[in-house]
Design a protein around this ligand. Sequence first.
Ligand code: CP
Ligand code: NVA
Length: 305
Amino acid sequence: MKHLLSLHDWSADEMKECLSLAAKLKKQQQEGIPHHILQGKTLGMIFTKSSTRTRVSFEVGMYQLGGQALFLSANDIQLGRGESIYDTAKVLSRFLDGIMIRTFKQEDVEDLAKYGSIPIINGLTDLLHPCQILADLLTIQEHQGELKGKKLAYVGDGNNVAHSLLYGCAKMGMEVAVATPENYTCDEKVVKEAKEDAAANGGKVLITTDAKEAAKNANVIYTDTWISMGQEDQKAEKVKSFAPYQVNDELFGLAHKDAIFLHCLPAYRGMEVTESVIDGPRSAVFDEAENRLHAQKAVMAMLMG
Ligand code: CP
Ligand code: NVA
């Protein structure tokens, strides 16, 4: 294992190792035990899209591991003026020990890994968001125990978060149900591969347009914004199609009585989720956000240590 480009590339054992290292690093952090595993190392963080959680958690995480992180906005580096991914990968590999990149095309992240000689971490593309899902799985484990056999229902847009949840939950032997409107379904290749991952690991994948069917008896109800970064011009059209997919008390009521609510954030109250659910007693969204830090520290320790 050299990179984190997609959870589909990681084995179930690698994911479990990452989750258990994340739990250990979280405990050490809480107890004030230093864990400078990456002393002297530098992570470059390339962003061509906005971020609150990803940027801050990687930067703080690297500091806590004894290394340092460099924020590289695409507006400020030559990549934003047309320098190639090839040259960027070659040059940055001479300075840095790892790169986290958030951008549009999954292909650009893969090219960075192909042409560079250091670990590359996918910090979100239009297709995938693997770091988010490692934090989500850690959160589910903390609240619900053993992952295997648990049901996660994702209701909303068939986007990057949905895709990485499909891979991640399938690999952990969970049942993952994804409900989207007909015109906003998940990528076919991702669904096919996630079904293979599920078959190999005792998981189950359900793809539906029926939010209620997905939510029924789930241990986790998950949603994400209806309008991802780069889709701002589709807002009016999407808001109409997604109205029946709002996570509200009625939908949440169909889940298991001890179910938790997750959302990768940023959230838009009154759109994909009601205040009553996201600010309610069974919402774990801020534990989930915190776990970005612990999960990504484990990823960096595994790839760059
Ligand atoms: N969930 C997530 O990736 O948040 P940011 O866009 O703030 O990084
Ligand atoms: N699907 C969202 C996730 C944000 C963390 C987006 O891509 O904007």
